[in-house]
Ligand binder design. Structure first.
Ligand code: FMN
Length: 188
């Protein structure tokens, strides 16, 4: 019952936002960076038994040999704290049907909410690092932290890929100004 009430409350807060309706337009460099929508992934991490899941769309492959992947996370976020402490994370490539879970995880903090319980996202154990990973994804990259670069209000966390799998060819989700879509063509 409590879970349902929390979910309902979050859902009303999580309606996709359009820049024209909420505050000033995004800075020019963000508009340029989002000329095309960015793919949304869910990051999972754990430290001392505390587990978290949250979406990001600032992520990038950085090297083939060694295999490196970068994620930019808000430096004050709970997720950043967990990764700094554990030195491990998983990048989970999620199917388009997970939009609601993505907004739930992206607009609450794991400091206050057990996002796995609220969303019903299914966890499995990562094989090569001490972290949960998500079941039923399109694929995943398990990463050991190689380098942490403080870039400003975000932290660039560079992970060495220790295990990966590609699971399916379904469309992934992309993000533009608070909206999600499976194809670029649906964005204004
Ligand atoms: C579609 C979407 C994309 C996001 N992209 C990023 C991102 O690239 N980096 C980031 O730090 N936060 C991003 N966020 C915000 C975080 O997911 C959000 O701050 C989240 O509440 C952090 O959770 P935590 O406090 O449990 O770590 C995004 C949110 C959404 C909904």
């Amino acid at each position: 019952m409590l879970k349902k009430r929390l979910l309902d409350r979050l859902k009303t807060r999580l309606r996709p936002r359009r820049p024209a309706q909420h505050g000033p337009p995004p800075p020019e460099f963000i508009r340029v960076a989002y000329c095309t929508p960015r793919q949304v992934v869910l990051i999972t991490a754990r430290h001392n038994g505390a587990e978290n899941v949250w979406p990001i769309d600032w992520h990038v492959p950085l090297s083939m040999e060694p295999k490196l992947y970068g994620i930019a996370v808000n430096r004050a976020s709970y997720g950043a704290e967990l990764i700094r402490a554990s030195n491990a994370f998983v990048v989970n490539f999620v199917p388009a049907t997970w939009e609601e879970a993505i907004f739930l995880c992206g607009r609450t903090s794991g400091r206050a909410v057990d996002k796995f319980a609220v969303t019903g996202l299914v966890r499995e154990e990562a094989e090569s690092v001490d972290s949960p990973r998500l079941a039923n994804t399109l694929g995943f990259l398990e990463c050991q932290v190689e380098q942490v670069v403080e870039t400003g209000d975000h932290t660039l966390i560079i992970g060495r890929i220790t295990h990966e799998a590609y699971r399916a060819g379904a469309p992934a989700l992309h993000h533009l100004y608070g909206e999600l879509a499976t194809v670029a063509g649906t964005f204004r």
